[in-house]
Ligand binder design. Structure first.
Ligand SMILES: Nc1ncnc2c1ncn2[C@@H]1O[C@H](COP(=O)(O)OP(=O)(O)OP(=O)(O)O)[C@@H](O)[C@H]1O
Length: 443
């Protein structure tokens, strides 16, 4: 009798993907929306990162459209430098994203430990990010994206991110950088957007000026990230939100005293070009792929074979320490000591009536995805897939955990991590504009 209760529940791997398909391992990250932990697929033995979001909390934070949007964008995108979606599903409590596992840690984690990074290392991450931004923005059509069997789109644009920051750039175990966190990412439209979203320190001046903005904001954020990684401090700072807004919109770009020791002249030229307040003049932003070509030709970026970069054949200049866990151990401790409702696979209740409209929306729109069984699809009419990769894996599996997002430590003041929506979830010309201000105090 005693043995019966301990017999593991048989798992139906032919049915829809559920949490029962995975062994839950350690907690490696935490963001505004959810927690991230390492999981292992019980059948394939592959390791992944599981990002899970509590549905009730999500409704309370008015974040249902963000989560649905993130899920849809992630299904659409499949790129060597993105943390790609492999499975999506939900149970009664949580929505789940199963993603490529990044074992090398995020750039915030490394920046906090190193203080700053060599220009050469930052240049490598910038190249990867430039390549991604070019693929996401209108220039994607012109980018030399040929890595098979990844999925790319024939449409003029997939999306832009709005939240490019070191916390959202993750390294794999070899040191290749990948972008993650699309919960305020947007599909591209020709109209200008107004919603204030993202982490304030990385926000382009046109967002804060509230006069409308477009994809050029990501190139500004890249400039802030690169500056911060090279010099160990951000170009624009402020003790309060209004000081920071003033600094971003008005302060002249200043260089640290030792700037020339840390960064070459061409490097400073690129930073200055990315941090141009005029989006039409900003480096990388010229339309029809011209901006991307301009960047590629710039002496700082030039001496590189971009195709080799794309196919990950270049040796990254910084290789994360494989002997150490590249994440903040406090996430695991917090989970063990403070979590009163630890994550557990549970069978869904049959009765799904009496849902609130938001819960119903999540139920209906956060649909299951299984990269082994389904073709990626676009939820946005103007994007057409030109090739599909149903069973691609970027081969990230490994037996070590990845890295959490560490709290951003600003030397002065407060920043915002706010989320707003400019999206069209059902393909109508609907525009939802909601803003959530999740203030975090940084020490
Ligand atoms: N695929 C992954 N592999 C390893 N670690 C990951 C992975 N995805 C996320 N993490 C870790 O978890 C942290 C939080 O993830 P993510 O940024 O996606 O969550 P979020 O709730 O959307 O965060 P945010 O507060 O930025 O909106 C990341 O900064 C990273 O350190």
């Amino acid at each position: 009798m005693g043995g019966v209760c301990c017999r593991p529940t048989p798992v139906d791997f032919d049915g829809d993907v559920t949490l029962f398909h995975f062994v839950l391992l350690r907690c490696v990250g935490k963001g505004a929306f959810g927690k991230v932990r390492v999981v292992q697929h019980k059948q394939t033995r592959e390791l992944y990162a599981l990002k899970y979001i509590n549905k009730a909390k999500c409704v309370k934070m008015k974040a249902v459209p963000n989560v649905v949007q993130e899920r849809r964008l992630l299904e659409e995108i499949d790129h060597p430098f993105i943390v790609n979606l492999r499975y999506a599903f939900q149970d009664d409590e949580n929505c789940f994203f199963v993603l490529d596992l990044m074992l090398g840690g995020d750039l915030r984690f490394h920046l906090e430990r190193l203080g700053s990074m060599d220009e050469e290392v930052v240049r490598f991450y910038c190249r990867t990010t430039v390549l991604c931004c070019a693929v996401f923005t209108r220039q994607q059509h012109y980018a030399s994206v040929r890595v098979e069997p990844h999925t790319f789109h024939a449409g003029p644009l997939t999306c832009f991110r709005r939240d490019l920051k070191p916390d959202n750039i993750l390294l794999d175990e070899r040191g290749n950088a990948h972008l993650t966190d699309f919960n305020i990412g947007l599909k591209y439209t020709d109209r200008k957007l107004m919603g204030v979203a993202g982490s304030m320190a990385y926000m382009a001046p046109e967002i804060l000026a509230k006069r409308g903005y477009s994809y050029q904001i990501d190139w500004w954020s890249l400039g802030v990230c690169a500056y911060e990684l090279i010099f160990g401090r951000r170009p624009f700072r402020g003790r309060t939100n209004s000081d920071l807004t003033y600094s971003i919109t008005k302060d002249p770009l200043k260089w640290p005293e030792d700037a020339e020791k840390k960064c070459s002249r061409p490097g400073m030229q690129v930073l200055k070009g990315l941090l141009d307040r005029d989006p039409s003049r900003r480096f990388g932003c010229k339309p029809n792929g011209e901006g991307f070509q301009e960047l590629r030709r710039h002496p700082w970026f030039k001496p590189i074979d971009w195709d080799t970069l794309e196919s990950k054949e270049l040796t990254p200049p910084f290789i994360p320490d494989a002997k150490k866990a590249n994440f903040d151990a406090s996430h695991e401790l917090e989970e063990l000591l403070l979590e009163d409702n630890p994550l557990k696979a549970k069978t869904r209740k049959a009765n799904q009536e009496n849902f609130s409209p938001e819960m119903r929306q999540m139920e209906e729109q956060f649909t299951s995805y299984d990269f082994k069984k389904m073709q990626r699809r676009s939820y946005f009419p103007h994007n057409q897939l030109i090739s599909t990769a149903t069973a691609t894996s970027s081969g990230m599996a490994s037996s070590r955990p990845g890295t959490p997002a560490n709290d951003l430590r600003m030397e002065n003041g407060v920043t915002i991590n706010s989320h707003s929506l400019d999206m069209d979830l059902d393909g109508d010309a609907m525009r939802t504009e909601r803003m959530m201000m999740t203030e975090k105090d940084y020490q």
